[in-house]
Design a protein around this ligand. Sequence first.
Ligand code: AMP
Length: 404
Amino acid sequence: MTFDQLKLDDALLRAVKTEGYTEPTPIQAQAIPLVLEGRDLLAAAQTGTGKTAGFTLPLLQRLNSHPKKMGRRQIRALVLTPTRELAAQVAESVRTYGKNLKIRSTVVYGGVGIEPQKRALNNGVDIVIATPGRLLDLANQRAIDLSAVETLILDEADRMLDMGFIHDIKKIIAMAPKNRQTLLFSATFSPEIKRLASGMLHNPATVEVARQNTTAEQVAQRVHHVDKRRKQELLIKLIREEEWKQVLVFTRTKHGANKLSQQLEREGISSAAIHGNKTQSARMKALKGFKENRVRVLVATDIAARGIDIAELPHVVNYELPNVPEDYVHRIGRTGRAGSSGQALSLVCVDEHQLLRNIERFIKSEIPKMKTAGFEVDPSIRPEPIQNGRGNRGQNRRGSSRRR
Ligand code: AMP
C-alpha cells in the first residue's frame, strides 16, 4: 500500500513526502478512505500508530475540497484532546500536513492567556484543536461558534474520560450540528467509552490496529528488581554504561520528578522535569530541549507525558510503576513508535510487587527480568505503602489538567 493509492490530493502527498513517510501505517491505510467517504469512525489506536495523520490528512482534504463561507467565529472542524501537549502536537501536525493548503487552524488550551486565543478565533479559522475546559470557556464567552462544525474529532477519548471531562464533552457535542461527521479515537474501550460512542457516532465504521490494548510488540521490555533507595544510582549507572542518549523517565509524583531531575543534573547528566505544576512554556521548553538532544533525560509524570510525540524514542524507564496498568501501556507506547524499536525498563522495588503483577496480568505476559551485579535486593527490607504525593491520583489529574 502506498500513499498514492489513498486518493489524497497532491498537495497533501507532497507534505507527506517531505516528512519522509514512505508508506501509510495500518491505521492510516484503514482510516483515511473511510474518513474521506464521510463516515463516522470508532478507532482503536494509541499514540505511536500514526493515528494523528490518519485523521488529519483526510480532514484537510475534505475541508479543502469544498470551500465554504463561514459566519463570524464559526469553525468547520474541532479536534478535542485531553492535554495541552497533545493539543499542541496535533496542531503542529495539522500545520505540517496542511502547509500547501489554505486551511487555517489554531490551538486553544488552558493555563495560558485567553485573549490571544479569542483574537485568533475572531480572525477566522477552519480547524480548532482544543482541550475541553478552555473550549467551553471560549464557547461560553461567545468567542467561538460551533454551529457550523462539519467534523468533530475526539482524540484519546479514554484519557479525556479518565480526567473527568465527560460533562464538558457532552456540552460541547450538544453545540455542534447533529449531521456532522464524528471520529472517536481511543486506546482502550471501557463500557463508559462505548456509551459515549453510541451516543455520538452515527453508524460508525470501526478500525482497529492489532493488539492495541496490549503493549507494542516492537518494544523490548525488562524489569529490574532493586531496592528503592538504590534506584537512582542504578539508573545513572545504566544511562552511562549503556550510553543511552535520549531517555524518558516516569515518576509517580511531581516532587519525585523534580528531585530525580535535579540529582541527575548534579551527576552531570543533562535533565529536565515536566509535570502539571510547570507552566506551559516551561514544559514546551523542556520538550524542545529533549527533542533537540540538549536534554538527555526527561523526567515526567503520566499526565505531563501524555501526547509527547518524539519519533523513535529509544528508551523509556519506569522509575516507579504506575498504579494503573493501562498507564504502563501508555508509557511504554512512547517508545518504538511507527516501526522503530525501543526499550522499556521498569525499576521495581519491594513495595511495587503487586503493581507489577497487575501489569503482567493486564498485558498477558511476563516481563523478562534483568540483573546488575552489585544491585541485588536486600531481602530484609519489608514493603511499605506507596506514597502518591498530595491527594489521590484522581485529584492530581484533574487539578493539573483542568487549570484554565
Ligand atoms: P501518532 O501515533 O500520530 O502520535 O504518530 C506517531 C509518530 O509516527 C509521529 O512521530 C509521526 O510523525 C510518525 N508517523 C506518522 N505516520 C507515519 C508514516 N506513514 N510513516 C512513518 N512515520 C509516521
